[in-house]
Design a protein around this ligand. Structure first.
Ligand code: C5P
Length: 215
């Protein structure tokens, strides 16, 4: 396909291990990120999906890289964005854990060895530090949705951000539908109706195509 772009998409949660059998994580199922990768590949784009631990099938035409922790995800994204001269679009859909335990034990901790207080350290912000021609983020919020999304769009240097009120019925973690708002770097706001995650994904991919190849 002429004008083929490289899409790198993150999806799912990350796991931050305390020991081999215990970890910190969140309820992300990966559905939205997998839908974005599917939509990009269906449009003929080279598509790399960097996936945290999820129970979903790899969409057709997508190269999938499985990772566990935020630091693994960060390394896999850097490598995927670094390959060849093609114009790159990075869409960060993953619910990356912001914190990880300061120490990870190589063997299972005995109950009596478990600390009463966990010391945590910050994980890297993958989206903020990535370099790509077009960067897109998600803002899953429970309050002040648009203001928070606007701040993240600016702070992470995004072309646009997809804002998502996760308290709304039919939106957010684990559902097959989503109601989102696109906020662009130029300040414009586009509210989409409730639709399937795949339909939202197609809208995102089209918006990225327009930004990567301005008319
Ligand atoms: O700041 P917040 O986590 O709400 O930002 C959400 C956006 O940033 C999402 O697109 C998410 O995938 C991305 N992100 C990331 N690395 C992190 C935290 C968030 O890529 N450590």
């Amino acid at each position: 396909m002429k004008g083929r772009l490289r899409f790198v998409v993150t999806a799912g949660p990350t796991r931050e291990h305390l020991d081999p059998v215990r970890f910190l994580t969140n309820p992300s199922t990966g559905k939205m990120g997998f839908a974005v990768a599917r939509a990009a590949a269906a449009r003929g784009h080279e598509t790399v999906l960097v996936a945290g631990p999820v129970a979903l099938r790899t969409p057709k035409g997508v190269r999938r890289v499985d990772v566990v922790s935020a630091r693994d995800m960060s390394a896999a994204v850097e490598e995927a964005l670094d390959r060849g001269p093609r114009t790159t679009v990075f869409i960060a859909v993953a619910a990356v854990a912001d914190w990880r335990p300061a120490k990870t034990a190589a063997r299972k901790l005995k109950k009596r060895e478990m600390p009463g207080v966990l010391r945590l350290v910050r994980n890297p912000d993958i989206l903020k530090s990535a370099s790509a021609s077009v960067k897109v983020g998600f803002a899953a919020e429970t309050d002040n949705v648009l203001a928070e999304a606007r701040r993240k769009c600016r702070e992470k240097g995004l072309a646009f951000i997809v804002a998502n009120d996760v308290t709304e019925k039919g939106s957010g973690f684990g559902t097959d539908t989503n109601r989102v708002t696109f906020l662009r770097a130029d300040g414009s706001v586009e509210r989409l109706p409730m639709m399937s995650k795949l339909a939202v994904a197609r809208r995102i991919v089209k918006a990225c195509e327009a930004l990567a190849r301005p008319a």
